[in-house]
Design a protein around this ligand. Sequence first.
Ligand code: KIV
Ligand code: NA
Length: 274
Amino acid sequence: RKKAPNAEDIRARKGGEPLVSLTAYTTPMARLMDAHCDFVLVGDSVGMVLHGLESTLGVTMEMMILHGQAVSRGLKSAMMVIDMPFGSYEESPAQAFRNAARLMAYTNAGAVKLEGGVEMAETIRFLVKRGIPVMAHIGLTPQSINTLGGYKVQGRDEQAEAVMADARAVTEAGAFSVVLEKVPQGLANQITEEIAIPTIGIGASAGCDGQILVVDDMVGFFTAFKPKFVKRYAELGPLAEAAIAEYAAEVRARTFPADEHVFADQAPAKGQKT
Ligand code: KIV
Ligand code: NA
C-alpha cells in the first residue's frame, strides 16, 4: 500500500500526471475510492448531498467534523482535505485558524479548503505560516450564492481578469493548490499555465492539473439536479430504488423472507450450518 501524499506532494504534481479526486462523506464510500484517488475532499456539499439542505450555507463545524472522522476511517493511501464551512473563517484570520485547527485535530485531515480569492489571501497566508496547508477554491464559490446571484459560470468576458487575480493572490498567499469551479475552459487553461500550484477543475477544463467531482453526482445517487459539468458514470440511484421496490412487493406478497432467510426451531446437528 502506498503512503498517503501530503500537501507538498500534491503541490509537486504541478504540470505532471493529472491529480484525481472526489468528495466523500462516509467510511464505505471513502474505502471505495481510496486506491483510485490522490486526495479525497470532505466537501461541505455534504449538506445538499446527504442532509437535504438547499445550499451549503447551513453546514456546521459539527457536521464537518463528524463526516471528516467517518471519511478518515476509510482512507489509507489517499490524502484527506476538509472544507471549512460557511461562517467558520470569513471573520478574521484568527477565527479561521481556530476552526481550521479544530477540523485538523478532530478529523486527521491533511489540509483544509476554503472559498475565496483576493479577499481571503491574508487568511490563507496566516494559516499556512502557522502550519495549516490550505487548498483555495475560486470561480464559482457556492457559499457566496446569495451575492453571486446564482450558480453561474464565473470569469467570462470582462470578469476573466478578476478570476485570474484571485488565482494569483491565493498562489502568492501560499495555497498548495486551487479548485477552479465553473470557470470557462480557456481561462482555466490560462490560469493553469500561469500559476505555480496545481489547479483542480470542476466544470473547468481537461487542461487543469487535476479534476474533482461530487461522488454522489458521478455515480448517480444524487439526482435532484445535474449540473452540465457532471458526467454520470453510473446510475446507482435508480438501481437502488428498483431494489427497494422489489423488496416492498415481496414483503406485501409474503415471499420475503424465504426459507433461506429464516431459522429452524431445532438446533442444527454438530458440524452442520444454521
Ligand atoms: O463541497 C464540495 O463538494 C466542493 C467541491 C465540489 C470542490 O467544494
Ligand atoms: Na465545498
